[in-house]
Design a binder for this molecule. Structure first.
Ligand SMILES: NC(=O)c1ccc[n+]([C@@H]2O[C@H](COP(=O)([O-])OP(=O)(O)OC[C@H]3O[C@@H](n4cnc5c(N)ncnc54)[C@H](O)[C@@H]3O)[C@@H](O)[C@H]2O)c1
Length: 377
């Protein structure tokens, strides 16, 4: 097999720029083709980044493409991934991988029949901050993690995204949009979930777009925009998870995990970096060296490079795993488990009952500094 796998991108919207710009940081992958429902949108992106561009059928027929990255909107994820697998190519999908367990099972069967691999974003848990947290937990210095809180709250997406409709439709909402970062990182840090319960609500039945070019247009809200969930993990840990787009301001930390010997404050898992603090039983706080990990080093933001962004790290890990025939961290079973957790949270909101999680997965292998460094060019 070639040392470099050809990558095609389907869906040339907002996040596609990030994939085009960051994929060249990594060994073993090369973006060669892009496509969209609107071929002119794809051709414009293609000429911006010097790759081939055209229709989805043209991309799927290309012999230069081994893995297709699915960057379409959530309700198109499964139909587009099905076409990619049917065309004989591996899939790496943006989150959420699918919107139901039934689609997940169909996807697994099709991938197995074709001998292909499926991976899914988010890959931010591979970042320096989350790997530093992982190393602290694995070292035993916090004792056993028994509880914690996760909070992702803001005033919504209609103020910045040019086409924010999908955020407020089934398949969107803060649990399916932001939840994947938190659930993936909780799987990384403490493993799979056993059962969930939730209360869900929406503050307003419509949202008014304030971003350009559609400022003033209204969106009908068709999914809960505030979710307060309880998660019980197979390890026994219990976590409160609040996700909302109905909150103007708050002072909660994104993730806090409490162990028998100490606590750890983890930054927003939507990002690769940020500060990680461990506090021991005496109250002494220690900040971990996030930048000692190559995927914790700031490479974006303003002139001071305030953010670490290495999206496509998960794709590069998957490409290397395909060449080496090993498991990869942003794997199908972990992504489907996250979908099970998130859909069960929404179901619990509707029924008022605890929902048992029927899928499971292993924790991904830690992604050490040496291994991450070796994947970078
Ligand atoms: N925007 C972000 O910051 C961001 C960050 C992380 C993840 N994501 C995820 O990435 C995905 C895309 O988000 P986005 O913000 O780029 O959306 P977007 O609406 O800006 O772009 C989606 C693109 O997909 C195309 N598309 C839709 N259905 C298609 C189909 N059936 N076949 C081919 N093309 C199709 C659309 O024409 C559009 O160009 C979503 O799943 C989102 O959750 C977005």
């Amino acid at each position: 097999m070639s040392e470099v796998l050809g990558v095609g991108i389907i869906g040339c919207g907002n996040i596609s720029k990030t994939y085009f710009e960051l994929a060249p940081l990594f060994k073993g992958i090369e973006v060669r083709y892009c496509a969209d429902l609107y071929a002119d949108v794809a051709r414009a992106r293609a000429s911006e980044y010097g790759v081939m561009g055209g229709t989805v059928d043209m991309l799927l027929a290309s012999n230069d493409v081994d893995i297709v990255v699915n960057l379409t909107v959530p309700d198109a994820h499964w139909p587009v991934s099905r076409d990619i697998l049917s065309a004989g190519k591996h899939v790496y999908s943006e989150k959420p991988l699918v919107l139901s367990l039934e689609d997940g099972k169909a996807m697994q069967a099709l991938a197995a029949e074709k001998g292909l691999r499926v991976g899914s974003a988010p890959d931010t848990f591979l970042g320096g901050a989350h790997q530093a947290a992982r190393a602290a937990i694995d070292s035993g210095e916090l004792g056993k993690i028994t509880s914690g809180t996760c909070q992702v709250m803001s005033h919504g997406m209609e103020a910045w995204h040019p086409n924010p409709d999908f955020f407020f439709k089934p398949g969107g909402g803060p649990v399916l949009d932001m939840g994947p970062y938190y659930i993936a990182n909780l799987i990384n840090l403490i493993g799979p979930v056993k059962r969930v319960a939730a209360l869900t609500s929406m503050a307003t039945p419509t949202r008014t777009i304030s971003s350009q070019p559609r400022a003033g247009e209204e969106i009908t809200v068709e999914t809960p925009t505030t979710i307060q969930a309880l998660l019980e993990f197979q390890s026994g840990a219990t976590i409160t998870f609040i996700a909302s787009w109905d909150v103007c301001a708050h002072r909660h930390h994104p993730m806090e995990l409490y162990g028998t010997e100490g606590s750890i404050y983890v930054p927003d898992p939507n990002f690769f970096g940020g500060s990680v603090t461990v506090v021991d039983q005496t109250g002494e706080a220690k900040e971990l060296d996030v930048a000692a990990h190559p995927l914790g080093q700031c490479n974006q933001g303003d002139a001071e490079n305030r953010f670490a962004n290495y999206r496509t790290a998960g794709l590069a890990d998957m490409a290397q795993a395909i060449r080496e025939g090993r498991d990869f961290r942003c794997s199908f079973d972990r992504a489907v488990h996250a979908v099970d957790v998130m859909m069960s949270i929404l179901k619990s909101g509707e029924t008022g009952s605890f929902v048992e999680i029927v899928t499971t997965c292993t924790r991904p292998e830690a992604f050490g500094a040496d291994e991450a460094g070796a994947l970078l060019k």
